[in-house]
Design a protein around this ligand. Structure first.
Ligand SMILES: *Cc1c(COP(=O)(O)O)cnc(C)c1O
Length: 967
């Protein structure tokens, strides 16, 4: 017998709502937290903190929230509008089989995808080992000395190689030569990036062109976009004779069979690792790579993982040469890259571990043999193939039959590449079969022709790789690439690495500015559906209708959230959104005959990507001071606006400020800059404090980028992928980035492509779509308000123990009132105890936490951002750890523990260190390992002791460790 319902039907229907899954604190928790803070209600707290003059006028117009099941059903309908055809398009994107063990245990595993960028080395050893495998794989396949831990895509990697060459070569020329048979999207992005830097791009790698001109670098593709294999030795020599660099975009699978560029004179090699087990995903995310010769290493862009030693003298990984990077070097940085493509780099590296050199070579040989067979059959059918040499792709002269043949292919469920009106392209990959080859012949065959069969050619098939280009050198000889053939072994290797790391599946990651909130499982589920995963970015638009709808809806919703008129989802990370936004401002000024406006004002508290992006956009950075409260110094701002009135292009501000406060003067800042002819860029990384409460497009911003991997739930992936949409007000909409290779017209004076693919990291967009769809306008506003509430709760609980560095100074609110994050100032304690912010960060590992943001934006501080997703019990666990640590510091202050030998200075403690026979310290092993009782039930053990940063940079080593090192 069914019992009668105990609640009204509407309430029962609501029981599956997503909101309480996303937001950690319950209503009772909220009441308690408010009482600790000293606020009457959440609304009263928000009213007290957010300046009235920037509050949203109207609520966001978004569809009402639906449950997880309903949202999944809706996005399935969107996905179903995509048509998954077999792809023979090539052009940098290929079919691949994602090994099941990698799909489930990396891509679908929160231990990998919810991790943060490995700044805290000790809790990131697993993913850094995977990244060192990636770097080793790239070095050995390309034949180069050093490779970084991923780039955003092949085209931007080529552009970064261009500027790396510019910094590194003797030639003083401003001209770049780009081979005409590079992928068109690569040439397009290079042009976008070259123009603001005053670099002239000449397309065509002909010997006479190279003889006539001075140039600082050459970019060529290997194999070319046509499939052709050029012997580029003479071109590299010619470049070197002019003091120029030779840059090669190379395909890693091809390099298992081809003489690697490093053996014939390349200075920089870049490319995509997508075909190493990462789906095409409508163009992204994938890990691109950049490798170079040793003398360029200090000038490389992007993150680099190196080997160092820990406090016990054991090898340990860490991020190397960080002094190149934007967070330290700002406008003088080697690049603006911050978030990269770590999760995909991990996948690609594991594909190499899984297949090993023998398996990769077999895949490549099969592809090359099939290509040769295709070639023979097409010749037999009377076709002229343009490229006599090939690895995996052919370009075929088809006269007036291009439409007809391509249509036959589509009717049979496949796409060919439309190279030119009379040329078709066919590219093969790991997934190609004998049946595919015969099907292709049938589409090409003129009426009445006898169809060849693969068996006809099988006997004497010889790849179309010239003898002079065949590889003889070994690669991937390290045991890691040769000992994981069984799935059991592979599974345990992946599990073992994941276990070394702390990600969101084990602890809060209270990283100020980075917004490590819930990445809900339902949000993640669609990304591996074939309808999203197996689409080629240059497939005919009609086959990508689902993506077009996803793009449209998400942009509409994000316009509602930000108050802007237009958005592009093309930028692959926040840094790229900044760059695209500044290009829009630059192009707008130029369209008004105001090209002389090139000054970009940036407050001293800004994130490092801001000045680095401004430099790349051809602007000069002028720093604006902040006052003692952490606010933009209005007098300094006015003085600088006046001084540069005729050259002022823009200001870049962050709101709430990087100091975590809602500055009351933000409207005045915007008005002042506007009055002097500049535009206002509002860095949207802190949008988690504003969605539903304030909209930058309404209160004075002209351009913002969002970080969908912060505010809108895309996981950090251990340092990428990200999505950095660029959002603009109405008059800047014409200057959003376009994409000619993707079929978008670039108007005169408009901005071209900033990413290789038209929709950037398209395949992770369903995550943000799901989030917004399941939250609705009210849910998103609740999330913002709870994020602010939680930050204020942490500030209130810690205010007696630590200095809250900047606050709104509201006397009624304990902690003074902060936005969605708070800065704990450790500098006074450094004086009294010798304990610094880094010691506290490392000691938190012993307590089972990932540290807050260390020394940004103020050196010697920790910035805590709890987000709305952390339950109150986790907030309390963190606060109690911080309070216990404060008591530990008191022991040092009082002299009970020596300044240089205490649990903070020796943190993190490894099990091995605690099990040593002698224990010469003034604190007990118990105090070291179990400073709070709860740790006895669940303890994270750091796999290494504190990592020595200086040693690692002095003894730079960025490849797999020789096995002897482990013994
Ligand atoms: C994270 C962040 C960025 C850069 O974004 P990425 O996606 O990492 O490139 C820029 N500004 C601020 C304030 C940030 O916190």
């Amino acid at each position: 017998m069914l019992k009668p319902a105990t609640a009204p039907l509407a309430q029962l229907e609501n029981a599956a709502e997503f909101l309480p899954r996303h937001i950690g604190p319950t209503a009772e928790d909220e009441a308690h937290m408010l009482s600790v803070i000293g606020a009457a209600s959440r609304a009263a707290l928000i009213d007290a903190l957010v300046p009235a003059n920037i509050r949203r006028g109207l609520p966001m117009e978004l569809p009402a929230a639906v449950t997880e099941a309903q949202a999944l059903a809706e996005i399935k309908a969107v996905a179903s509008k995509n048509q998954v055809l077999k792809s023979f398009i090539g052009q940098g994107y290929h079919g691949t089989h994602v090994p099941g063990v990698i799909l489930r245990n990396i891509l679908e595993n929160p231990a990998w995808y919810t991790a943060y960028t490995p700044y805290q080395a000790e809790i990131s050893q697993g993913r850094m080992e995977a990244l060192v495998n990636f770097q080793t794989m790239v070095c050995e396949l390309t034949g180069m000395a050093i490779a970084n831990a991923s780039m955003l895509d092949e085209a931007t990697a080529a552009a970064e190689a261009m500027t790396l060459a510019k910094r590194g070569v003797k030639s003083k020329s401003n001209t770049l030569i780009v081979a005409g048979d590079c992928h068109p999207q690569t040439i397009e992005v290079i042009r976008t990036r070259a123009e603001p830097l005053g670099i002239e791009v000449l397309v065509g790698m002909a010997p006479d062109l190279m003889a006539q001109h001075d140039y600082f670098a050459v970019v060529a593709q290997y194999p070319a976009t046509t499939g052709m294999l050029h012997d580029m030795r003479p071109f590299a020599e010619a470049a070197h004779a002019k003091g120029a660099a030779f840059i090669v975009a190379a395909d890693l699978l091809a390099l298992t069979l081809l003489v690697p560029p490093g053996e014939w004179g390349a200075d920089i090699v870049i490319g995509n690792t997508q075909r190493f087990g990462v789906p095409m995903a409508n163009g992204g995310p994938h890990a691109a790579y950049l490798a170079c010769k040793d003398e360029f290493k200090r000038s490389m862009p992007g993150r680099l993982v190196g080997v160092s030693v820990d406090a016990h003298g054991n090898p340990a990984y860490r991020l190397a040469l960080q002094t190149r990077e934007q967070h330290i070097r700002r406008e003088k940085a080697t690049s603006n890259i911050c978030t990269a493509q770590v999760l995909l780099a991990v996948m690609a590296s594991m594909y190499a571990v899984y297949h090993g050199p023998i398996g990769l070579t077999r895949i490549a040989q099969r592809v090359a043999s099939y290509t040769a067979i295709l070639h023979a059959g097409l010749q037999k059918l009377g076709f002229k193939v343009l490229n006599p040499s090939a690895f995996d792709a052919l370009t075929i002269e088809v006269g007036s039959r291009a439409d007809e043949i391509a249509a036959k292919a589509v009717a049979a469920g496949a796409n060919l590449r439309r190279v030119a009106p009379t040329l078709l392209g066919v590219a093969f990959d790991e997934t190609t079969t004998r049946a595919d080859i015969e099907a292709i012949w049938s589409w090409f065959a003129p009426a009445g022709a006898t169809l060849p069969a693969v068996a006809d050619f099988e006997a004497g098939v010889e790849p179309l790789i010239p003898l002079s280009l065949r590889r003889s050198s070994a690669f991937l000889t390290h045991p890691v690439f040769n000992t994981r053939r069984s799935e059991t072994s592979m599974l345990r290797y992946l599990r073992g690495l994941a276990d070394k790391d702390l990600a969101l599946d084990r602890t809060m990651i209270p990283l100020g500015s980075c917004t490590m909130k819930l990445n809900a499982t339902s949000e993640m589920i669609p990304i591996t559906w074939p309808e999203f995963a197996n689409i080629h970015p240059f497939a005919p638009a009609a086959q990508r209708a689902g993506y077009t709808l996803l793009d449209q809806q998400l942009r509409d919703w994000l316009c509602q959230a930000t108050g802007y008129a237009g958005i592009s989802l093309q930028p692959n990370a926040g840094s790229q959104g900044e760059y695209a936004g500044l290009l829009a401002i630059r192009a707008w000024h130029a369209s008004r005959g105001d090209a002389g406006r090139t000054i970009c004002l940036i407050p001293e508290s800004a994130h490092g990507t801001n000045p680095a992006s401004a430099q790349m956009a051809g602007m000069q950075v002028v720093v604006v001071k902040c006052n003692a409260d952490g606010h933009v110094d209005m007098a300094d701002l006015k003085a600088k606006c006046e001084k540069h009135a005729t050259e002022l292009a823009a200001i870049m501000i962050t709101y709430p400020s990087t100091y975590g406060v809602f500055e009351t003067g933000v409207k005045e800042v915007c008005e002042t800059v506007h009055r002097h002819g500049g535009r206002v860029y509002v860095d949207g990384a802190n949008m988690n404090a504003m969605v539903g409460v304030a909209a930058p497009g309404e209160f004075g911003g002209d351009v913002s980028h969002l970080n969908l991997h912060k505010t809108f739930c895309i996981p950090h992936g251990g340092g990428g992928p990200g999505v950095g949409p660029v959002c603009v007000v109405a008059d800047l909409v014409p200057f959003l980035p376009k994409h000619a290779s993707g079929g978008m017209d670039v108007a005169a004076g408009g901005v071209g492509a900033v990413s290789a693919a038209p929709l950037g990291n398209a395949a992770v967009l369903p995550i943000s779509w799901m989030y917004i769809r399941m939250m609705g306008a009210k849910g998103l506003t609740d999330a913002t308000e709870t994020a602010i509430l939680s930050a204020n709760y942490v500030a209130a609980r810690l205010a007696d123990a630590y200095d809250i560095h900047f606050s709104s100074e509201l006397p009624a609110i304990k902690g003074g009132g902060v936005a969605h994050e708070c800065i704990l100032d450790l500098r006074p304690l450094k004086e009294s105890s010798g304990i610094g912010a880094e010691d506290v960060a490392k000691r938190l590992i012993d307590y089972g936490f990932h540290a807050p943001t260390l020394s940004f934006p103020v050196a010697g501080t920790l910035m805590v951002e709890p987000t709305e997703s952390e339950p109150r019990e986790e907030l309390d666990r963190f606060c109690e750890a911080m309070l216990a640590i404060r008591e530990e510091i008191r022991q040092v202050e009082s002299g009970a523990w020596p300044r240089e030998d205490n649990p903070l200075k020796n943190a993190p403690h490894t099990a091995a260190a605690l099990l040593k026979a002698d224990w010469p310290h003034a604190y007990s092993r118990e105090q070291a390992a179990y400073p709070v009782a709860a740790l006895k039930a669940a303890k994270y053990w750091s796999p290494v002791g504190r990592v020595d940063n200086v040693y690692g940079d002095r003894n730079l080593f960025c490849s797999c460790l020789p096995v002897s090192e482990y013994q």
